[in-house]
Design a protein around this ligand. Structure first.
Ligand SMILES: [Zn+2]
Ligand SMILES: [Zn+2]
Length: 440
């Protein structure tokens, strides 16, 4: 049997990528986040026991054999996981711990094997432990070492690390019956580990690729002629730039600096602790961010914001910092405050110099809460500054990745305008429709 690749979801949008690679003996699927993110409203609960089929019926999760429990599979008229008629070994790969790539895990049949890097699994455990209300952790997760191949049925997979804004991010090399497929996951070249993305390109190019499935987030909006790009855009900000900017800010500001950051970007938190130490400030985290930092950087000194803590079982060694302490000496601290805890600013506003937004929720104007956040800050008279750094490669580096890998077939996705992803190095490009099957 030929190797077939079916493209289900996330083809002309950012997130919800779901692709199936099928061989004679196995079916390998990736990733498992939510598609149609614009339809998702966390204020609405799916029906108990029918979440998978409710989401799948709306196009948020995929409809396919071999991944759901009997009840949901029955509603969707597909075969459940473990059914003897699904004679192939079905398994999933998760590229990284962003909700648009892993948010659906809790809705899988609990026995489906799900492979991810060891660091992704470490973070997934913390995310699940801290957010039990969002659903149970998927039971059958297998943490793999990047670079070490593993085999399921007749498919051999190697996870290869990339630079992205979350620990453990990787792409995959998938091989079977003499064919090789590469999936990039999300990647960039301006984070703390750009060499990982370069190594990914080099290793995949050495493997020789029949099909490359590549993200194209950064060409989603403006018109871009990728074929004409010869150098990276000037003045593009990096993770290091962000640290420098925060340092400058922390030095000149007289009061408390409040940051809204994305806590799963754990390395940014770790670097911030160091950066702020150099200018005499302490980073005070809410307990979830503190828990992530503690898991990946156990030697970092941790200060936690006492007044938003919900759990009594947090480590004793974390230094508790209270609202009173922040108000007593605001120039000593930087407070990480999620949108959920925005009302803290009512009490703290007298001491606050600025609210710096770097990639936390609400992320942009597409989220109705974004305007609410702006209104609250206006009302409280707190200066706002956007200081985000993207998790995605700029167009030049997407082209660099494709040019280096030089696949026979290029499939761009994870973009509102995948048709803008182009490279002369690919023999052919496919922009598949939902459900389309390509035979290799
Ligand atoms: Zn993504
Ligand atoms: Zn991502």
């Amino acid at each position: 049997m030929a190797v077939t690749v079916q493209f289900h979801k996330g083809l002309k949008e950012i997130g919800g990528t779901f692709v199936e690679v099928e061989t004679a003996r196995a079916k390998c699927m990736f990733d498992f986040g939510f598609a149609r993110g614009d339809m998702l409203d966390y204020k609405i609960r799916p029906r108990k026991g029918f979440a998978a089929s409710d989401y799948a019926a709306l196009g948020i999760l995929p409809v396919t054999d071999g991944i759901y429990d009997a009840r949901n599979a029955d509603v969707l008229r597909v075969l459940p996981y473990g059914e003897p008629t699904v004679s192939k070994e079905c398994f999933l790969l998760i590229s990284h711990m962003h909700i648009d790539h892993m948010g659906g895990l809790t809705f899988l049949h609990p026995d489906v094997p799900v492979y991810m890097t060891k660091d992704s699994l470490k973070l997934y455990k913390r995310i699940s432990e801290n957010g039990k209300e969002e659903g149970a952790m998927h039971k059958n997760c297998i943490g793999v070492e990047p670079g070490i191949p593993f085999t399921v049925g007749d498919i051999t997979v190697t996870a290869l690390s990339v630079d992205h804004d979350v620990p453990g991010a990787c792409g995959f090399l998938i091989r079977s019956e003499g064919k090789t497929i590469c999936y990039t996951g999300d990647f960039r070249f301006h984070g703390f580990h750009k060499e990982l993305s370069r190594d990914f390109a080099r290793k995949v190019s050495q493997a020789g690729v029949d099909m490359m499935i590549c993200e194209g987030t950064s060409v989603s909006h403006e018109p871009v002629n990728m074929l004409k790009l010869t150098a990276p855009e000037e003045g593009k900000r990096t993770e290091q730039d962000l640290q420098k900017e925060v340092r400058a800010y922390a030095k000149k500001a007289e009061g408390l600096i409040v940051i809204n950051c994305y806590p799963r970007n754990v390395e940014r938190l770790h670097q911030l602790v160091e950066t702020l130490k150099k200018c005499g400030r302490k980073l005070v985290l809410v307990e979830v961010a503190a828990d992530y930092l503690n898991a990946f950087y156990p030697k970092d000194p941790i200060c936690v914001y006492e007044d938003t803590m919900l759990r009594a079982d947090r480590p004793k060694k974390w230094r508790r910092v209270s609202r009173q302490e922040l108000l007593f000496d605001p120039s000593q601290y930087v407070l990480q405050l999620p949108y959920r805890n925005m009302y803290e600013l009512v009490a703290l506003r007298g001491g606050v110099s600025a609210y710096l937004h770097f990639d936390g929720a609400p992320l942009g104007a597409y989220d109705p809460s974004f305007r609410r956040m702006e209104m609250m800050l206006e009302e409280l008279g707190i200066a706002y500054e956007h200081m985000g750094v993207s998790g995605h490669a700029e167009p030049y580096y997407i082209k660099y990745m494709i040019d280096t890998i030089a696949p026979k077939i290029l499939v761009p996705l994870h973009s509102f305008k995948p048709e803008q992803v182009k490279s002369d190095a690919a023999e052919r490009r496919i922009l598949p429709a939902e459900g389309e099957v390509v035979k290799l």
